[in-house]
Ligand binder design. Structure first.
Ligand code: PGA
Length: 249
């Protein structure tokens, strides 16, 4: 059985007060026990959020990590530092990082390697922009992202990764991929993993869907055989809607 995962990416939202308030609300909300729940706040508040969640089963993740070890890299946060703060997950290659900060698949390989070296689970994001889908190039593009970002990994290393498929045209737009579109791409991603790593390994990798996932569509999306959960942006900023998504399996 693959892990079911719902991760809330708070992005660059919430003041210190608001982040703590949301964490305190999440700490007492009822969440399905068979789902790994992760919150990914702004790094500056992560220790406070973590301590507010200490009595809950919710795990923490960071939104970004450095591709190098500790040293003179102003503004960066290393995997070693993230590990020392007791954080278990890290997003890698979110489309906003790829688009606004020019992160290439090559940069992301460095980040993934750093994270795995420090036993942090990378959540590797992939997905196409609308123009690529309209050209019919979305499968090729996602295949390249997966190959260039992950295929240098050994079987054991890959087993410590999570993949998130996020069609860029669905992120923050209110337009969600249909359940069929999500399953089609998730099934395709798993088939690429099967070719490279074999069925057994591919079956163990959780593939999350992201892009305007909300309480009203989570159940239908999560019902697909290759959709193992969600990476949630906007709807993770309110405890009730995030919990409703977690409880949609
Ligand atoms: P959204 O964001 O749920 O607000 O569309 C998803 C994401 O970017 O991870």
């Amino acid at each position: 059985m693959r892990k079911k995962i719902v991760a809330g990416n708070w992005k660059m939202n919430k003041s210190q007060y608001e982040a703590n308030k949301l964490a305190n609300e999440l700490a007492v909300v009822q969440l399905a026990v068979n789902v790994e729940v992760i919150v990914i706040p702004t790094s500056i508040f992560i220790s406070e959020v973590k301590s507010n969640l200490q009595n809950s089963s919710i795990k923490l993740g960071v939104q970004n990590t450095a591709g190098t070890d500790n040293g003179a890299y102003t503004g960066e946060i290393s995997a070693a530092q993230i590990k020392s703060a007791g954080i278990e997950y890290a997003l890698v290659g979110h489309s906003e990082r790829r688009e606004y900060f020019n992160e290439s698949n090559k940069d992301l390989v460095q980040k993934i390697n750093q994270l795995l070296a420090h036993s942090i689970t990378p959540i590797y994001c992939c997905g196409e922009v609308l123009a690529e889908r309209e050209k019919g190039n979305h499968f090729n593009l996602v295949k390249t992202q997966i190959e260039e970002g992950l295929f240098h990994l050994s079987e054991t290393e890959l087993l410590n990764c999570v993949i998130a498929y996020e069609p860029v045209w669905a992120i923050g737009t209110g337009v969600t991929a249909s359940s069929d579109q999500a399953q089609e791409m998730h099934g395709f991603i798993r088939s690429i993993l099967v070719e490279k790593y074999g069925q057994d390994i591919a079956n163990k990798i959780s593939i999350l869907y992201g892009g305007s996932c909300k309480p009203s569509n989570a159940q239908e999306l999560f019902a697909n055989s290759d959709v193992d959960g969600g990476l949630i942006g906007g709807a993770s900023l309110v405890a009730e809607s995030f919990a409703a998504i977690v409880n949609s399996f």
